[in-house]
Ligand binder design. Sequence first.
Ligand code: ASP
Length: 459
Amino acid sequence: MSRTLNTEAVKKAGEKVNLFGWVNSVRAHGKILFFDLRDYTGLIQIVADPEELEIAGDLKNQWVVEVVGKVKERPKNMINEKIKTGTVEVKAEKINVLSKSETPPFELDDDGMSVSENIRMKHRYLDIRRGRIQNNLRKRNKVAQAFRDFLVDKEFVEVETPVLSKSTPEGARDFLVPSRKQPGSFYALPQSPQQYKQLLMVGGIEKYFQFARCFRDEDVRADRQAEFTQLDMEMSFIDRDQILELVEKMFIEVVEKVFPERKIKAKSFPRISYEEAIEKYDSDRPDLRDKKEELAFAFIVDFPMFEKYEGGWRSEHHPFTKPMEENVEKIKKEPSKISAYQYDLVLNGEEIGGGSIRSHNPELLEAVFEVLGHTKQETRDKFGHLLNAFRYGVPPHGGMAFGFERFLMVMLEEENIREVMAFPKTGDGRDLMMQAPSEDITKKQLKELHIKLDRNDKK
Ligand code: ASP
């Protein structure tokens, strides 16, 4: 007999079915035993008589079982409206225990909010069983698929870019990976695929996207993890307004497909200049909601190119952003007056994405690096590959990237980004389940990597 999923059993009254899942809550009513069986589609009530089926009396929560039995309609007064299969129950004829479970360290039937986060993270594989996390991960997949469908339909190509790479300045600290074969050399994990996606434009891909892993060694916060996913995009022969129109269409389509119950406040996302946002809302990510339930998207545009930083200048977005001034001398002379073709997407007061039109003229790029305090030589050393590439026919291009989990966090009304990730790290960047980062490496490994620790107590 092939497997019947719990929710499929509803339509099979009178038939024999073969169900698989976890025991959810065992209740004894006199001689008769009831339990819910849980699979990924939901719960179904199983009835068993321990006098006929001895094993039934032993069952405990979270055991994994196979149940063979007959589906029966429930009498009207016994219908359980709370579960999808509440009109039926299954009278067990055979129960096979596939694996037993110890008592879990916390309840799995509630939202888990009252359990200490460290305990939840240590046993994340159990935490994932709770309905809320199940829903979040399944919705996450639906949202990713909806973005993919939209972009592939518009002839975007998903291209994977390397994780072992070289540092791209996005303003955070890099994670470094030592090279065994090149003593003293390090890879950097990408803070974003920024340079690769621009190089793909030189390569003639024209429309690129990727669900890209990004790594930024910075303090973890409720809306930030050191390792996260961006929906990353880049396009050639496109201007700012065309990008914003496409992004607006994409977000409306995704929300309407996956969250049809949510109301978008304005389907033409307001475009607010950085200056106006600061003046009017004292924030570059204003919350424009009237009623709490709605979704208020907005684009913030025309950011300043540079901001003052420790006596010098740093880029407000990143150095590859195109200044609104083409005169190289002016850029170098008056950095504070230069605006940039930079834009952010804001949703309910959260910055969920940012991007820009890029400088595709190498001289312009070099001038920006000069303002940022790099000598010509440093610029060549660090970004020579990009400057060289731009000498071989670079199309004008621009793009944007979205914090995928931040968007999900708003849509799923979660307070913490961890709730929408399968295996997040704790506030201080640890994976408590795998126990990473770990000191569990040998002297030999360190030696191969040409690394000496300050402390020297390795075996
Ligand atoms: N790479 C940028 C970021 O991570 C996004 C972009 O400019 O497309 O913020």
